[in-house]
Design a protein around this ligand. Sequence first.
Ligand code: ACO
Length: 313
Amino acid sequence: MNVGIIGIGTYVPENIITNEHFESYLDTSDEWITKMTGIKTRRFADDDMDTSDMAVIATQKAIEDAGIQKEAIDLIITATSSGNHTFPSVSCIIQEKLGLNPVPAMDQLAACSGFIYSLITAEQFVKSGTCKNVLVVGSEKLSKITDLNDRNTAMLFGDGAAAVVVSEVSEGKGFIAHEWGSDGSGGQYLFDNVETGYINMNGREVFKFAVRIMGDISTKVVEKANLTADEIDMFIPHQANIRIMEASRERLGIPKEKMSVTIDQYGNTSAASIPLSIMHELKNGKIKDGSKLVLVGFGGGLTYAGMTMVWGK
Ligand code: ACO
């Protein structure tokens, strides 16, 4: 059986925060942020919009795009590190707000690798015949867990959401190969501080890990799929830092125009960054029916995951 994505929907808040905003009160500059991270703007959700509200909007669009009835969803998985609460999960809130059937609903906590982790999880349920249509959501309101007075992290993160429906697809489409894993010894470099509630990061250490693992995993999933780099139509890395993305693109041997870049607009939206990038490339025509994609991410945990897939149903 081939399993893939049959529908996608996204949401980003309207409020655009520029680098100049941080210049106005922190010892930083637009020039430094742009050069060191690739970020120009990010979106921050208003106080009355939480992670689940963004997730619900993205989910409605994804179900519509999939062309299925909401009653056909039989499992909900949300990748998030910034849920409204630890419990109820964002997935349970989506189930209630959209009036979905009383299906299993759970959040997956693998930080920025969460979306790919959730795709891989969903694939297993569809392949085994346990489920037919799994809703996979990546939604983050990182602005609420970022210390906006800490110049090490304040300018890096943004808010946004994306949802997809994972189901059986036709021959030649869907997920081909994946790699996923963790290295708990690096957990100390990226964590939410329970006392402050804010993200704490050793940027240098995370950077070193990310450059190594993003390159390793993307090459591995291409090999595992029996493909070569020139057969890949679009490389969609987790949008954490343009320099990390560039290093992995070069390692994989893919030209610049085949790498999706949305970090300039959205910053790092963690579990939402990969599907937001997919939507961006669908809109500008770079991903079409039959396009071969490499998705790859890393995040707190530390975790990592990559996947090759053919777009379309
Ligand atoms: N503005 C201006 N200057 C700054 C800033 C700032 N915001 N922050 C640091 N600097 C200066 C420092 O003072 C230092 O100056 P010096 O050389 O005169 O001493 C210089 O820049 C280098 O400082 P570092 O902290 O060593 O900067 P680094 O090169 O590591 O870059 C960055 C920082 C961009 C955060 C980088 O480490 C990085 O991107 N790391 C990975 C981040 C990441 O991907 N995180 C994952 C996100 S979380 C997740 O995915 C769940």
